[in-house]
Design a protein around this ligand. Structure first.
Ligand code: ADP
Ligand code: MG
Length: 704
């Protein structure tokens, strides 16, 4: 028997959470802090010293030697700088110190983080600012035990240089507007409405030894070459398949780590592709969910190393098999526990729900480009609108029941009934009959209503979920505001809300699509409906700085124009840098290992032909000769493509201006990479496996 896990004892053990604070802080301090955390009240800086002291004692008792302000710069991963708690030695002795000032404010040298021109390099100052709404936690690893304090990161002038600050601002915006909607429906008690988010995380696991033999995986997180093995994912035998020992023991360790950090890891299963898996936590407030998703990604990687594996979070580590995404489940919850997205059993009578739904539909339709942009990252270009679904077109799936209600509303002006799910009958007596959901699922929709939440399925597996949620919160805040502005002035509320729902739905129902989002016909139909189809990251970025976007984000104080422009700039830069690394890695692999291996193979073939011929002049060497010809042709194609890639990469590297440069990488370098990959993948199928310089797809995904 393995050890008995006491999960409830383990859960949150390394978190300075509510229970710890209640226990360790003086009552008045605890109350003040709680008011900030729960009601969003301004933080009283006078309590910082007391909190810092308690936090330090708690951390030191658990072996901590250092603390760090943990933040989320625009790189998409987290950053930290560690300081030990020791004071200046006095008589050779140190004491362990941590002041309120150190808790509240940090000052990392900001000049090494992307700022997209927000901060000139000579203005190096940047501040990290304590976010008390996300609890501090202890990380235990090879460095030791470190107290991690979640923080925002901004410039000397207060401009956001990170992903958290805009998210927090967007939460304020949607809270304020959602409360106006609740008040209109007579709710006078709710004090706060906050987005709830559960992010399902997909990932791949490969053997570490094999991983280390692939420069592409090491440098870029994905394979840049690789032919499909005889077996791919076509048998569909991996999805939800039994979890193998090695993977199971890994998942077990991941869960333990996450539970200690208060991450409510809940579901784990094998995914569609071989070697692909998923982890889903229970949903939480969006700020926590974003921080926790970062912790999940870090933990998945860290624990993989301990198990002799590498975890790949890239959106498309292997061509030809399923890629990885991150389903962002989103809803709005009031502090009294009501979920604003809960339709109840009879949605046609639930006017508040219908208004909320109409507002979300409008928001998604009006700002489809922004939502698409929020899911754009370099790796996701291989999924969205490329080799794989979900498509790059934003549409909403509502399901039969709600679509029917909307049909009734739009055609007759009244919705009189809601379809029911009925009973599931299996035809087996001993199996119980079940109540069916009123609606089936649709796995092809990028934005699907799933019972009491929307599931945004476009987000990439390696990306932070901060941006998609900041966008969602803000666009919905805008739709709520426009509705509340009208309704608060209306004489007859019932009539006005009825008309507004009908009007809004009629105007924006083009975004609703319940069919197969993967079908080619949808692309054509979406175009006829006037829905944007934005196929790549470089095409998506301009959405950030349109007049529409600037007006939206400035109105709700989520981003200033300068902050938006800086983000666009950083994204172009990130794109160019990533493609540049990929192109150079390909060049390196092809010229230093693949071409030499192929030459060795052809030399062997040629020698064999000569040897056979001289031993037996009548022997038929046509097979070897054909192989030699085919290989030599592919080799020469490879060489030509390699030279072209080098040329294009140089051209791109020399291009000036973030956007111009990114476009050259997109339009010239990416196709040149594909042109190099094609002959190499064919060669891999021909050349002796012993000679091929790296593990194959088969080795990587079937032999973990
Ligand atoms: P699925 O619906 O995708 O089959 P689940 O129902 O288990 O799977 O939910 C997937 C994720 O959605 C989980 O992280 C879950 O906690 C989260 N989730 C469930 N309800 C909500 C909600 N009301 N708001 C946000 N996320 C939710
Ligand atoms: Mg899901």
């Amino acid at each position: 028997m393995s050890e008995v896990l006491n999960v409830s004892e383990m859960f949150g053990k390394n978190v300075f959470n509510d229970a710890v604070m209640k226990d360790r802080l003086p009552k008045n301090v605890y109350k003040k802090l709680k008011k900030t955390i729960e009601d969003g009240a301004e933080l009283d800086p006078s309590i910082a010293d007391v909190v810092a002291h308690a936090m330090k004692d708690w951390a030191i008792e658990r072996g901590a030697t250092h603390y760090t302000h943990w933040f989320q710069p625009l790189t998409g991963v987290t950053a930290e700088k560690h300081d030990s708690f020791i004071s200046a030695p006095n008589d050779g002795k140190v004491i362990m110190e941590f002041s309120g000032k150190e808790l509240i404010k940090g000052e990392p040298d900001a000049s090494s983080f992307p700022s997209g021109g927000l901060r000139a390099t000579f203005e190096a100052r940047g501040y990290t600012v304590w976010d008390c709404s996300s609890p501090a936690f202890l990380r235990e690893d090879a460095i030791g035990v470190t107290l991690c304090i979640p923080t925002s990161f901004c410039s000397y002038k207060g401009e956001s240089l990170d992903k958290k600050t805009p998210l927090l601002r967007s939460m304020q915006a949607v809270n304020e507007q959602a409360l106006r909607i609740l008040r209109l429906f007579g709710n006078t008690t709710a004090k706060r409405v906050a987005p709830s988010v559960g992010a399902e995380q997909e990932y791949f696991l490969v053997d570490r030894e094999k991983y280390l033999q692939r420069k592409d995986l090491i440098y870029t997180g994905r394979t840049l070459f690789g032919a499909m093995p005889p077996k791919g994912q076509e048998l569909e035998d991996h999805y939800f398949g039994a979890i193998r020992e090695r993977i199971g023991s890994y998942m077990n360790d991941v869960n333990k780590e996450l539970w200690k950090l208060g991450v409510p890891a809940k579901t784990q299963h094998n995914e569609v592709a071989p070697a692909q898996h998923e982890l889903a936590p229970i949903y939480e407030g969006v700020n926590q969910a974003v921080d926790h998703n970062q912790i999940v990604m870090e933990t998945l990687k860290k624990v993989a190393g301990r198990h002799g594996m590498a975890c790949l979070l890239h959106e498309k580590p292997f061509a030809g098999v399923n890629g990885s995404g991150k389903h962002n489940n989103w809803s709005l919850t009031a502090d009294d526990g009501t979920n604003l997205l809960n339709p109840g059993d009879t949605p046609h009578e639930n006017i508040q729900f219908l208004l909320v739904l109409a507002c979300i539909i409008k928001a998604v339709d009006v700002h489809a480009d922004l939502l698409r942009e929020s899911a754009a990252d370099v790796g996701n270009d291989h999924r969205l609108g490329a080799n794989e679904a979900p498509p790059a077109i934003i549409s909403i799936f509502l399901g039969e029941q709600l679509e029917d209600v909307i049909d009734q509303l739009c055609s007759t002006g009244e919705a009189t009934h809601s379809k029911k799910g009925g009973t599931l009958k299996t035809g087996v007596d001993i199996l119980p009959d079940l109540d069916k959901d009123a609606t089936d699922r649709n796995r092809t929709s990028p934005f699907a209503f799933t019972g009491n939440k929307f599931e945004f399925r476009m987000v990439g597996s390696s990306d932070s979920i901060a941006s998609p949620n900041a966008v969602l919160n803000t666009i919905v805040a805008e739709a709520f505001k426009e509705a509340a502005d009208k309704l608060e002035k209306a004489g007859d509320f019932d009539m006005a809300v009825h008309d507004l729902i009908k009007e809004t739905l009629s105007a924006h129902r083009r975004i609703i699509f319940n069919g197969n989002g993967y079908a080619d016909e949808w692309v054509v139909e979406a175009e006829q409906r006037g829905l944007p189809n934005i196929r790549s990251m470089v095409d998506a970025i301009p959405a950030l700085t349109t007049d529409k976007a600037v007006k939206l984000f400035e109105e709700f104080c989520v981003f200033t124009r300068a902050e938006l422009e800086s983000r666009a700039e950083v994204e172009y830069e990130n794109y160019s840098k990533a493609i540049n690394i990929e192109a150079r890695t390909m060049y390196d692999m092809a010229s230093k290992s693949i071409i030499p291996a192929v030459i060795k193979y052809t030399t062997g073939l040629a020698a064999s032909i000569t040897a056979v011929k001289s031993a037996c002049p009548d022997a038929d060497v046509s097979t070897q000769t054909e192989l030699l010809l085919e290989t030599s042709d592919l080799l020469s194609e490879t060489k030509t493509a390699l030279s072209r890639l080098a040329e294009m990469t140089e051209k791109a590297a020399a291009a000036e201006g973030g956007k111009t440069q990114a476009l050259v990488y997109h339009q010239d370098v990416v196709p040149a990479m594909a042109a190099l990959r094609a002959p190499v993948d064919q060669l891999e199928m021909i050349v002796d496996k012993e000679l091929w310089p790296m593990p194959s797809y088969g080795d990587l995904i079937f032999e973990v």
